[in-house]
Design a protein around this ligand. Structure first.
Ligand SMILES: [Zn+2]
Ligand SMILES: [Zn+2]
Length: 537
């Protein structure tokens, strides 16, 4: 009889995805106390599984410590809770403030899910009941596919003519997918990718910075302070505005919780009106960028009317491999005058200098100073976005992300810049590449990729599930006179990187670990993005 019971329990454990006893169980403890987050884990992440009596006794010890002494020795203060990662089986989150205990785990669809219990009632049980683990949260109803074609009825809509993507846009699209890819465990777990988590603010500002080319490229080949690979213990540490409303490059950014675009716009318009005030609105239109965990909407607000764009998906299940329509639109808006009218006539900067001089200054400045300089003057801003500032001497050669029809912009084949934007994914295609069909301007073109694509709205675990296999494709660029491939680096070179004067030695050995040439920083913090140039094949 005993044997029978044991066997059935093992089956149940296996069914619930419990790790094999031999392999061991890995996880991490989060703790929320007095509004602050802490965490604790062993270097290899070993942890006791939920049904183990030790888990419950650890939990009681933690609760006791918090109640009595507040002595959190051994706990690391962190800006927010850690999400579940593919290398971990469980995350235990003790939230003293909310009086909950949450177990994050993987469900049968390999998606993050969670079970929550009342913390004060924990002392009544002797063991965490396995049956509870069968009913995880984050049911699909929370994540039903909201069509991104939904229009805001009570708002007049407008379309933005984005024009042909620039070389800068191509790189931005790749940085966006790479960022979503390396940090996917934060974006895939609904416990962190939600409106009320600071993680949402952290990544919103990262997307905005990438879209505005507002970051620093570091050429420092001393990569000791670059934290790679991004592991379950990695934390995105760049600074972020701790607010739902803020100005960014002259646009008013509004973060929202709403699920569907109409409600988003309603909320954003009233937020913006009270933030900006009637007096400003009476002589100035305000351009709003409204972002929710799923959508992005552009709103043009004046005193009388609000015009809204369609709701675009900002982060989709495919964002680890292809750029989302929301980011494409955002990058075009923030690096060109396609939405906002040119503002050079409003220049208040008293110094008049020829554009060539501005260009020279931008070229010579350190990355951070170049960003600051471009923000000081409208003329400097236009110059800044006219070239791939910061990535000096790097010329984009292929446009597979932004112009997927042929991957060419114009250049050698002399293709015309006449083209059309897919109304779903916002990728740009040459009219010539699409064939002889005549497209009128009001025609809603949908590209072949999008015609049979399933819903893009992200599901828990969606980015990881659609991350693709094999090597990630680099971007073909011309650098130092050679056509090379700009490749994302997921780990540091080992043995350590040689100083530049000795790098030729590395080239004598085949399969040298890949060097890191560029790292992208947000306000001096590593973004998770590191790149190197490989020979193009
Ligand atoms: Zn083409
Ligand atoms: Zn498309």
């Amino acid at each position: 009889m005993d044997d029978y019971l044991d066997e059935s329990e093992d089956d149940l454990l296996a069914e619930l995805g419990f790790p094999d006893k031999e392999i061991g169980c890995r996880g991490l403890w989060n703790l929320h106390l007095n509004g602050k987050w802490y965490r604790c884990y062993r270097p290899e992440g070993q942890i006791t599984p939920p049904h183990d009596e030790l888990t419950l006794s650890t939990l009681r010890t933690i609760k006791h410590l918090c109640d009595k002494s507040n002595n959190l020795e051994g706990w690391e203060a962190v800006p927010f809770s850690s999400p579940i990662h593919r290398d971990l089986n469980y995350i235990y989150t003790v939230d003293i403030d909310a009086d909950t205990f949450t177990i994050s785990l993987w469900n049968e669809l390999s998606a993050p899910s969670a079970v929550q219990m009342n913390l004060t009632k924990i002392h009544e049980i002797s063991r965490i009941n396995l049956d509870m683990m069968r009913k995880p949260q984050y049911m699909l109803s929370d994540y039903t596919c909201v069509s991104n074609k939904a229009q805001a009825k009570q708002f007049e809509t407008f379309e933005i003519d984005f024009g042909i993507p620039t070389p800068m846009n191509e790189l931005q699209e790749r940085f966006f997918t790479d960022l979503a890819f390396v940090w996917r465990f934060y974006l895939d777990d609904p416990s962190t990718w939600r409106y009320d988590s600071p993680v949402f603010r952290v990544f919103c500002v990262a997307f905005l910075r990438l879209a505005a080319w507002d970051f620093e490229v570091s050429f420092d080949c001393n990569v000791c302070n670059v934290e790679l690979p991004i592991s379950f213990a990695s934390i995105p540490l760049w600074s972020y505005p701790d607010a739902d409303v803020y100005w960014f490059h002259g646009y008013l950014v509004i973060l929202q919780d709403d699920l569907e675009p109409t409600a988003m716009i309603n909320g954003a318009v009233s937020t913006a009106k009270s933030y900006v005030g009637d007096s400003r609105l009476s002589h100035d239109d305000v351009c709003l960028i409204v972002i929710s965990p799923r959508h992005l909407v552009f709103v043009e607000l004046s005193r009388e009317v609000a015009l809204a764009s369609r709701g675009l998906v900002l982060l989709s299940n495919y964002s680890g491999t292809e750029c989302s329509p929301g980011f494409r639109a955002l990058a075009r808006v923030l690096t060109s005058n396609c939405w906002r009218k040119p503002r050079a006539h409003r220049e208040k900067w008293p110094v008049h200098m020829p554009l060539e001089v501005v260009q020279m200054i931008l070229h010579e400045l350190e990355p951070r100073d170049a960003v600051a300089f471009s923000q000081a003057s409208f003329a400097a801003e236009e110059c800044y976005y006219a070239s791939e500032s910061q990535l000096k001497n790097v010329d984009v050669q292929s446009f597979e992300s932004s112009i997927p029809c042929c991957g060419e912009r114009t250049g050698v084949t002399g293709l015309q810049t006449r083209g059309i934007r897919c109304s779903e994914c916002y990728a740009w295609q040459h009219l010539e590449c699409l064939g002889p069909k005549n497209y009128s301007f009001d025609y809603r073109y949908v590209c072949m990729d999008c015609e049979d694509k399933a819903c893009m709205v992200p599901k828990p675990g969606g980015i990881h599930g659609n991350r693709g296999f094999g090597k990630r494709e680099g971007c073909e660029v011309r650098a130092e006179g050679l056509v090379q491939s700009l490749e994302l680096r997921l780990r540091k070179p080992s043995p350590p990187q040689l100083p530049p004067e000795l790098q030729f030695l590395g080239k004598l050995v085949s399969n040298v670990p890949s060097h890191i040439q560029y790292t992208i920083l947000f306000n001096n913090s590593f973004s998770g993005l590191a790149y190197g140039l490989d020979d193009s094949c």
